[in-house]
Design a protein around this ligand. Sequence first.
Ligand code: HAM
Length: 413
Amino acid sequence: MISKPKGTLDFLPADAFKRLHIEDKLRRIASLFNYKEIRTPAFEKTELFRRGIGEETDIVSKEMYSFNDNEFTLKPEMTAPVIRAYIENSLYNVSPVQKLYYISNMFRHERPQAGRYREFSQFGAEVIGSGDYAADVDLISLGTSFLSDFGLKNLKIKINNIGNLDERRTYIADLKKYLEDYKNHLSSESHKRLFTNPLRILDSKDGKDIEIVKNAPVIFDYLGPDNKSHFGNVLKGLESMGIQYEIDYKLVRGLDYYTSTTFEIASDDLGAQNAVLGGGRYDMLVQQLGGKATPAIGFACGLERLTLVLEANKYEFPEPGNPKIYLVSAGEEAKKKVIVIANELRMKGIFCETDLLNRSIKAQMKDANRLNAGYVCVIGDDELRSGAVKIKNMAGGDETEIALDNIVNFNFI
Ligand code: HAM
């Protein structure tokens, strides 16, 4: 037997139905906020991610699925591809602010565990072209709105401002100075990061690192007046909508393109991989990828994690519908007629099922019951001869006689 690759998921019909429901809801909410869908290829030139996400990030340094001599890579995230498409298609000429959303599969060669897969899906949104705090508030409220539309309450939004490049450069220098005194006590991963990406030490999960980092310099003290006021306005905007947040000066996120606002929404229902949604500003990325300097902000939400949280919260997913009518056939001629009538019913938008196994009438009735069909109609030689059939309402048991050729016009309730 050949099994699916490690870290991937099959969506059997019941799971796929749940996912469809989630996607429908996300699309509806995104359109209420005037976000338009964007789709990009499953793979891109590897260079896009190297330049966009950063060589030292976990994603680029060890998690990419690259092929054709590393020329191409299956997309590990969508922000870089969306910005590539924005520049390549001159979307800035269409409108000064682009509000885009996507639902798409991502690929990262990570160590699989609950809530962490090698192929997973994200719902994400990006606002490109505005550096105003109103864009941050618009985008974050899209994130909190869809989560609360799913009835989720046990969620924490953490928010930070990691400054612009200059502010961060000064901060990182001081942070490094501080951490160097503890370099022999840091975890081996953080020890390495001291030289490659010291900022990431702030969100290390290692107990020793957490203790060391407690007294480290705080990024907020390095922000200039613009970013301080931006941060303050974003927080006020969230407060005005009743969105609860917690400031977390250690929230730096794992992708290099972030500047200014960063945020994450986590759930206690998710164990170690508790981030459902994460994002932030990336005001330098458009320029970095060859476009004109353009501020932007976005987030992405992992749909597998969202589903786990919904299940933990006993979210009531809708049930798939049942056939309105099951056509039971008795005999070869009737079977041929049933094929035609079933097709006519379906073309009229009526959910109809028939037997495909040449089963006995009794077995077909059983099948109709199993599928919880609303009505059953038995068609055999007698019905073909008389041209009349009985349609039985399975709920009440009452039967209505109707002309065989008129089944499609029956008033199904
Ligand atoms: P990210 O934090 O790497 O950000 O991923 C966003 C979300 O995707 C996570 O919070 C999580 O729910 C989900 N996720 C990530 N990796 C996995 C995995 N291996 N298995 C299952 N779910 C996963 C980004 O991707 C940025 N592009 C977000 C963004 C958009 N920033 C600005 N715009």
